[in-house]
Design a protein around this ligand. Structure first.
Ligand SMILES: [Zn+2]
Length: 287
């Protein structure tokens, strides 16, 4: 993807706003006009080549239980129009698609979010396809991963992946909001809700991170789903479809935006292993 260069002044503005930690109390503090000006500024004048994968916090911090608050949702939209994540207190799955943020709560309900709220972990980019693959079929999510491994081979750079199809079957999950004191993600993942849906047209929103990212993000594929009618979504555990279309966006750099919160400063990530991350985010086939 290519986006027009952003001025240094605008970048500083974005970063200073982005570093502001949001609590549920002050989420509405920034006037809408200011937010719009910042968003428009970011779209028109981006620094670098505009091809970054941007992540908020570290997966290891989320895995260790840093679920509270996080980056304002307005920042998420400022840094990307496509991606995955979760919400304050681990309240459901985030899908960012075409510049809109959707929340799939534990009941399976899909909620369209405005700029109010925050995310303890999200990964986004501005999606502009570098290539497409027609007539993609997969009997399982693992098979889709393997197909994309062959067709999108550069494995040292991150990719954003968009797969549109009529899905014969999807196995989806979400998680209920947590209460402090927060337990590690590998423990609370047992509370996840899992459901299946059949014959749903929609989009798989995927991020593939290289192995070298370790526990910074999900090494490998991380898939969320949103139906065309915006009524079905979630973190994808499995799927089956014929004759879909895949588009991929190769990212040239990674920007990690770190929380300023006391909880992030205090979190102990030393016990988080890649095996934990696999159990949490790379589970395949449902449970
Ligand atoms: Zn997920």
């Amino acid at each position: 993807m290519r986006i027009a260069p952003r001025s240094y002044v605008t970048l500083l503005l974005a970063l200073s706003v982005g570093c502001r930690e949001t609590s549920p109390v002050d989420q509405g503090a920034v006037p809408v006009a200011t937010l719009n000006a910042q968003r428009n500024g970011a779209a028109e004048k981006r620094a670098g080549d505009g091809d970054e994968l941007v992540q908020f916090s570290l997966l290891a911090a989320l895995a260790a239980g840093d679920y509270a608050g996080g980056a304002p949702l307005v920042d998420v939209r400022q840094f990307g129009d496509f991606g995955v994540g979760t919400f304050d207190r681990l309240d459901g799955e985030m899908i960012v698609l075409d510049g809109e943020i959707f929340q799939v709560v534990a009941s399976g309900e899909v909620v369209r979010r405005d700029d109010q709220g925050a995310t303890p972990f999200a990964t986004v980019t501005f999606f502009a396809a570098d290539g497409t693959i027609e007539h993609v079929s997969a009997g399982s999510l693992t098979e889709l991963d393997q197909t994309l491994d062959r067709r999108v081979p550069h494995d040292k750079r991150p990719f954003a992946l968009k797969v549109t199809a009529e899905f014969e079957e999807l196995t989806l999950r979400s998680a209920p909001p947590q209460k402090p004191p927060y337990r590690p993600l590998a423990e609370v993942i047992d509370q996840q809700r899992v459901w299946k849906r059949e014959n749903v047209r929609g989009t798989l929103v995927g991020i593939r991170c290289p192995e070298w990212m370790g526990t910074l993000n999900v090494a490998g594929y991380h898939w969320h789903f949103l139906s065309d009618d915006r009524k079905v979504g979630g973190h994808v555990l499995d799927c089956r479809f014929n004759d879909g279309r895949a588009a991929y966006d190769e990212c040239s750099s990674v920007l990690i935006r770190l929380p300023a919160s006391a909880s992030f400063g205090a979190i102990d990530m030393s016990g988080v292993s890649e095996a934990d991350v696999n159990k949490i985010e790379r589970q395949r086939g449902g449970k």
